[in-house]
Design a protein around this ligand. Structure first.
Ligand code: PBG
Length: 336
């Protein structure tokens, strides 16, 4: 006789009511798990829609402060800022990336002044600033790793100087976490944390983001496969994560999220370090646009996809839906 089997054991018993399902739930999603990315642009009272990302806007700094305030009051712990850099400021060598008065620096300062308790995360990568749209310095048909590192260090220090709490290298150059840590420390920014985009894949799911920041036309038909990871690999992701931890990363990130849940899970199982997931622009757009065509309900599908990241082992999730979902969670009737 098999003990514990049907009919004595009926797994449906624990699913019979909302209150019971709630008590036995292994994972929950709360607004405290979410990081809201914002696109910031020059100007005043500007709020421009992004065709590829419904309900996401390019905001001028004044509008950004209003939105950041909403995020803060929804219990979202941190925001990530992405500048939409004017064409005339882009260059081969990305000098604008470390201009202390650039759009990103001014945005960070303004948000910190208005909301000192809200965490600010800044991307470290050169793609918003380069005429060719690559994340580093372009030389002889490829991104030059070590030359790029020098500029990334300057960019990270500029972000820290403006007041950001966490820098997030998203460039995938070899050795960047170590040199950025050293540069930050030497400049007196020991408290600024490094969130390493440790396993960042060369993903087509970034398409809408590149339209949002205007790097798509710069990049043209080129791709980032000589530095971002091959979607075919997972062992290599573990090596990337191990190196970033050894170099001083405080948190590691896997990106994109839903197509790479296996990577999140393996990283979480292997390493004792906080792991974040980035639900990228293409993932957001798929859910948003399909829901707009009544293929399914937006909030429940979005919640399910974010919950899948938590189940896989993510401690927190970057998502363009952070504020919508936080509002929705707040307005849900409590189960009991
Ligand atoms: C820049 C960067 C990208 C994203 C975040 N930082 C684009 C890229 O690597 O081409 C993508 C985010 C998204 O798609 O939501 N290095």
């Amino acid at each position: 006789m098999i003990t514990g089997a049907y009919p004595a054991t009926r797994l449906r018993r624990n699913r019979q009511s909302a209150w019971m399902r709630s008590l036995v739930a292994e994972h929950v999603l709360s607004s405290h798990d979410l990081i809201m990315p914002f696109f910031v642009q020059e100007g005043v009272e500007k709020r421009d829609a992004i065709a590829a990302m419904p309900d996401v806007y390019r905001l001028s700094i004044d509008e950004l402060i209003q939105e950041a305030e909403k995020a803060y009051h929804l219990g979202i712990p941190a925001i990530a800022l992405f500048p939409v850099v004017e064409k005339s400021l882009k260059s081969e060598q990305a000098e604008e990336a470390y201009n202390p008065d650039n759009l990103l620096s001014r945005s960070v300062k303004a948000v910190k002044k208005a909301l000192p308790e809200l965490g600010i995360i800044c991307d470290v990568a050169l793609d918003p600033y380069t005429t060719h749209g690559h994340d580093g310095i372009w030389e002889a048909g490829d991104v030059a790793n070590d030359k790029t590192l020098e500029v990334l260090c300057q960019q990270a220090i500029t972000c820290a100087w403006a007041g950001c709490d966490m820098v997030a290298p998203s460039d995938m150059m070899d050795g960047r976490v170590g040199v950025i840590r050293q540069a930050l420390d030497e400049a007196g920014f020991q408290k600024v944390a490094i969130l390493a985009y440790a396993a960042k894949y060369a993903s087509a799911f970034y398409g809408p983001f590149r339209h949002a920041v205007g790097s798509a036309s710069n990049l043209g038909k080129a791709d980032k496969r000589t530095y971002q990871m091959n979607p075919a690999n997972s062992e290599e992701a573990l090596r990337e994560v191990a190196l970033d931890i050894a170099e001083g990363a405080d948190i590691v990130m896997v990106k994109p999220a839903m197509p790479y849940l296996d990577i999140i899970s393996r990283v979480k199982t292997r390493f004792e370090i906080p792991v974040f997931a980035y639900q990228v622009s293409g993932e957001y757009a798929m859910l948003k646009i399909a829901a707009a065509h009544n293929l399914f309900d937006y909030q429940t599908t979005m919640l399910e996809s974010l919950l899948s990241c938590k189940r896989a082992g993510a401690n927190a999730i970057f998502t363009y839906a952070a504020m919508e979902i936080a509002e929705w969670l707040r307005d849900q009737n409590p189960v009991i």
